[in-house]
Design a protein around this ligand. Structure first.
Ligand code: HGY
Ligand code: MN
Ligand code: MN
Length: 423
C-alpha cells in the first residue's frame, strides 16, 4: 500500500513504483500468484477505480471513454484549451510484469500531481489516458482502444469471442456499461490534441547494458501478427500408420522451425515468434487433428517485415500441401513502422539530457506501443526506462525507484519544454 509519507505533494519515482506494485495483485489482477489484468474484466474495473482516485488526488477530473479507456484531465488556462495527452495501457499480458504499460499511466498521473501541487496551469490541458486493450491478451485484437481514440478503428466484430471463450466483445462491453456499437465515440479525431507522450519500460537490454536510466525512442518497429489454423485428421495414435497421417502438429512444427530460421537470417532487427499454440484434441493417444497458433513478425522497416512474412507464409503453404493439411491464416495486427515526431524527440532528448547530464540514447522500439496508433491522431514521443535484464512480459520485470524518479523528472522537464515552445 502507498504509505502516509506519500502525500499528494510528493510525487516521486518511489511512489510510482509502489503504486504499480500495489496494482500487481488482487483485486487488480485475475491470476492467482501473478498478474493478469485483461481488458474489461473485474480486475480492470478495480484498477480503473483505483487509478481514478489517484487522478482525482492529482487535481484531475476523470471519465471512461466509449471504448473503455480511462481518462484523467487537468484543466489548462482556458476551458477549451488544446490537449497534451500522456499515458500508456492498463491491460497486461497473462503472468505479466507490474510495469509494462502501467508505469506510463502512473508517471502521467505523477507528472500532473507535481504541477497541481505547484498550482501550475498551462495554455493546454494535460490529459492522462490508460488504454484498455493494448496487449490483445483478452480478445484477438490488440491496440483496439487506441485505434478507437485515434479514430482509425475498423468496426470490431461485436461477436468476437475472447481467448478464454467466456464472452464476446459486446457482452464484455455491456457488462462494463458500454455499447459495442458506440466504440467509435471514443474518437478524438478533429479535436486539438497537440501530442501524445508515452513513458514505457524499454523491455530490452540496451539501456542496462550501457548503464543508462533513460532512453528516447526514435521509431517503433513494424509488426504483423497472424492467427494460423492447420487442419489435418485426428486419429488413433496406435493404429494410424505414419505414412497415412495428416498430423496438424507436425506440420505446425515444420512452420515454427522455418519461422525461427528465417527470423535468424533477417536484417533490420527482424524477429519472428510463435507465442501461442493450441493442439486439438490434445490427447496423448490421438494424432493431432487441428492446431491453432500465432505468428508475430517484426522489423525496423515495413519492407523487412513483409519480406520475412511472405517467406514464412510460403513455407506454411508448402507444408500444408505436402502434408495434405488445410491452412487458414487471419491477420490480427498490421502495424507500420512508426517514427516518433522529430520535434518532440528533440524536446525529450533535451529533457533526458537535463535530468541525467548525459547525451540521450536513441533507440528503435521492437515492442509495439499505443503510440504507433496515436501517431495517426497527433505527433508522438516516447521515453524509455531501464528495466532489469531487459526482462518484460514476465513477473521478473522490474525497475528501480531511482530510474523511475529520473523518468518522472524527464516527463516534467519535457512538459516544461513543450510549454516554452508552445504557440
Ligand atoms: O507485443 C507488443 O509488442 C506489446 O507488448 N503489445
Ligand atoms: Mn506488453
Ligand atoms: Mn506495453
Amino acid at each position: 500500500m502507498v504509505n502516509a509519507r506519500d502525500s499528494i505533494n510528493q510525487p516521486s519515482g518511489r511512489r510510482a513504483v509502489a503504486r504499480c506494485a500495489e496494482l500487481g495483485r488482487a483485486p487488480y489482477s485475475e491470476m492467482e500468484g501473478g498478474l493478469f489484468r485483461p481488458y474489461l474484466g473485474p480486475s480492470y474495473r478495480a484498477t480503473c477505480d483505483r487509478l481514478a482516485t489517484w487522478m482525482h488526488a492529482a487535481g484531475m477530473t476523470t471519465r471512461m471513454d466509449a471504448a473503455g479507456s480511462l481518462l484523467g484531465r487537468y484543466e489548462g488556462l482556458a476551458p477549451d484549451a488544446p490537449v497534451l495527452l500522456l499515458g500508456s495501457h492498463i491491460d497486461s499480458v497473462r503472468d505479466g510484469g507490474f510495469f509494462d504499460g502501467m508505469l506510463g499511466v502512473i508517471l502521467g498521473i505523477e507528472a500532473v500531481a507535481h504541477f497541481a501541487a505547484a498550482g501550475k496551469r498551462f495554455p493546454f490541458a494535460l490529459e492522462v489516458i490508460g488504454f484498455g486493450d493494448e496487449e490483445g491478451s483478452r480478445f484477438p485484437s490488440g491496440m483496439l482502444t487506441s485505434h478507437a481514440v485515434a479514430g482509425v478503428l475498423d468496426t470490431p466484430d461485436p461477436a468476437m469471442r475472447d481467448w478464454a471463450d467466456t464472452a464476446t466483445l459486446a457482452t464484455a462491453l455491456a457488462e462494463f456499461g458500454l455499447d459495442a456499437g458506440r466504440m467509435h465515440a471514443a474518437s478524438r479525431k478533429g479535436e486539438n490534441i497537440l501530442a501524445y507522450v508515452e513513458a514505457h519500460i524499454e523491455q530490452g537490454p540496451v539501456l542496462e547494458a550501457e548503464g543508462r536510466a533513460l532512453g528516447v525512442v526514435s521509431a517503433i518497429a513494424a509488426q504483423h501478427r497472424y492467427r494460423m489454423t492447420l487442419r489435418g485428421m485426428a486419429g488413433h495414435a496406435g493404429t494410424v500408420s505414419m505414412d497415412l497421417r495428416r498430423d496438424a502438429l507436425v506440420g505446425a512444427a515444420e512452420i515454427i522451425l522455418a519461422a525461427e530460421r528465417i527470423g535468424r537470417a533477417g536484417t533490420d532487427g527482424l524477429v519472428a515468434t510463435v507465442g501461442s499454440l493450441d493442439v486439438m484434441p490434445g490427447a496423448a493417444n490421438v494424432v493431432p487433428g487441428e492446431v491453432v497458433f500465432t505468428l508475430d513478425v517484426r522489423a525496423g522497416t515495413n519492407a523487412a517485415r513483409d519480406r520475412a512474412a511472405r517467406e514464412i507464409l510460403a513455407v506454411a503453404d508448402a507444408v500444408a500441401k505436402t502434408r495434405r493439411l488445410e491452412l487458414a491464416i487471419s491477420m490480427q495486427q498490421d502495424l507500420d513502422a512508426t517514427p516518433c515526431d522529430p520535434r518532440l524527440t528533440t524536446f525529450m532528448e533535451q529533457a533526458v539530457r537535463d535530468v541525467t547530464g548525459a547525451d540521450p540514447r536513441l533507440l528503435v522500439s521492437g515492442a509495439g506501443h499505443d503510440a504507433m496508433i496515436m501517431a495517426h491522431l497527433a505527433p508522438v514521443s516516447m521515453l524509455f526506462i531501464r528495466c532489469a535484464g531487459g526482462i518484460s512480459h514476465n513477473p521478473a520485470e522490474s525497475v528501480t525507484d531511482a530510474d523511475t524518479d529520473s523518468a518522472l523528472r524527464a516527463m516534467i522537464a519535457f512538459i516544461g519544454l513543450f510549454e516554452r515552445h508552445f504557440g
